[in-house]
Design a protein around this ligand. Sequence first.
Ligand SMILES: [Zn+2]
Length: 262
Amino acid sequence: MKIDVEDRVYLKSETLHSLNNINHCFTTKCGGVSCGQVSGLNLGFRCDDDPHNVTGNYRLVAKDIGFPFERITAGRQTHSANIRIITDEDAGMGVSRESEMQDVDGLVTNVPGLPLVVFYADCVPVLLADEKAGVIAAVHSGWRGTVAEISGVAVDIMMQRFSSRPENIKAAIGPSIGKCCFETGEEVANQFDADLVTEKKNGKFFVDLWEANKRILEKKGIVQKNIDVLGLCTVCNSDMLYSYRAHKDATGRMGAFIMLKN
Ligand SMILES: [Zn+2]
């Protein structure tokens, strides 16, 4: 579902939206105060953008969706499979204050009122929530993270550390590069199950990262009907979404946010 606030557009998963205790969103590039090549609602501090604009964009998201701005927490993403458990003391790191978190591509917390965010352009954002156990996760799963099954690592931590049960976990796989556009070389394609790869006549390979992530979650016991694939390709929809491929490197970042309500 789509939510418009003035000129800003947010996307929500019906599956996560149906949970009373969870607030979440996937941002788009619409609206926002950034200019130039990252024009719009850029949330990447490491892009070529004025940090004041990026902070201003985070403030807009916080106000629009209902997150406490000063507690929004992000890791320093490096396409790793590292997950960090976020405590109250970490609140605000990476957005309203410096982060000491290096090489962190997934965040898990059971602290209410602490919004987690991962940012991305074409990589796959995965949000996870277990309302019963009171634990959530935000995961940045590019092709490297997908090969390393980072979303599965997040589920393991939810189960082992927070007594989450897979049948109670709901998941949303957000906007990202679809199999229509994720063209790779053979060396990347070979790292995925053969049925996730389409080989075109011209010798090009196309990989389905959405299905790959869905399969990782199902392997952990998450029920198929509880996995919502938004199915929106960033390259095909680059008028409203930032895309590394479509914009040839100079692009902003969107955010996938999730928070347990107080
Ligand atoms: Zn596409």
